[in-house]
Design a protein around this ligand. Structure first.
Ligand SMILES: N[C@@H](CCC(=O)N[C@@H](CS)C(=O)NCC(=O)O)C(=O)O
Length: 220
């Protein structure tokens, strides 16, 4: 029995933060129990969930020995250690961490936050916050496209969790009303990611209770 026997994942199917973890688990062919958490039905607001994750977010990975690990990119690091999806060499490892941080600070709030808010009617495209996020997304997509102009993958010339992290929200940028035609190197990289062994795409649409006022969540 190892730590990676008996894995359990607290998961919201429409979340790309959760999807990133589901993708890596599929590529590692690791069995796990999926615990569906409806974040818009108050399921992260209970005392019980606070014991799983005091930040009340998904995803959370529960290890076979009963420890809880929140934060999607921390989970990617944990699962990828010792596999081809995480380099060992110090500089490459640090570069992976660089992209995991950049994804959270720049990719998620721009295109990810915009997509969620537009799809569920929490913003209109002309709202100042939508404009700010769309302009931010354009800067981020330009930077990603430039980085990929001379590389097949984000770090070390091979597919790693840096690619998984950045792919999570960027591959659905079009659902935030963003035209991705101006980013050909990014589009070519999407195709390379989609050809990786074990690739899945199972992001589900947001439920009707994600509309403001329809459910109970951290966003209401
Ligand atoms: N930095 C966190 C962000 C997690 C996060 O914001 N998750 C959202 C779904 S994408 C969530 O669970 N929100 C909980 C709620 O609204 O109740 C991570 O990468 O795991």
């Amino acid at each position: 029995m190892t730590e990676q026997d008996g894995l359990r994942m607290y998961d919201y199917s429409a979340s790309c933060n959760c999807y990133k973890v589901r993708l890596l688990l599929a590529q590692l062919r690791l069995p796990y129990e999926r615990v569906p958490i409806d974040i818009f039905d108050g399921e992260t607001l209970t005392d019980e969930y606070a014991r799983v994750n005091p930040s009340r977010t998904t995803p959370v990975l529960e290890t076979g020995d009963g420890r809880y690990l929140p934060e999607s990119n921390a989970i990617l690091l944990y699962l990828a250690k010792g596999t081809p999806y995480l380099p060992d060499e110090a500089f490459e490892l640090a570069e992976v961490v660089r992209w995991l941080l950049y994804e959270q600070t720049d990719v998620v709030p721009t295109m990810g936050g915009l997509r969620f808010r537009l799809l569920v009617g929490r913003l209109k495209p002309s709202d100042p916050d939508a404009i700010r996020r769309r302009e931010g997304a354009a800067d981020v997509l330009r930077l990603l496209d430039d980085h990929l102009a001379s590389r097949d993958f984000f770090v070390g010339g091979r597919y790693t969790i840096a690619d998984i992290a950045v792919y999570g929200y960027s591959h659905l940028a079009h659902e935030a009303g963003i035209d991705i035609q101006p980013y050909p190197d990014l589009r070519a990289w999407f195709e390379r990611v989609e050809q990786q062994p074990g690739y899945i795409e199972d992001v589900e649409p947001y439920g009707a209770n994600a509309v403001p006022g329809a459910g109970r969540s951290l966003y209401d």
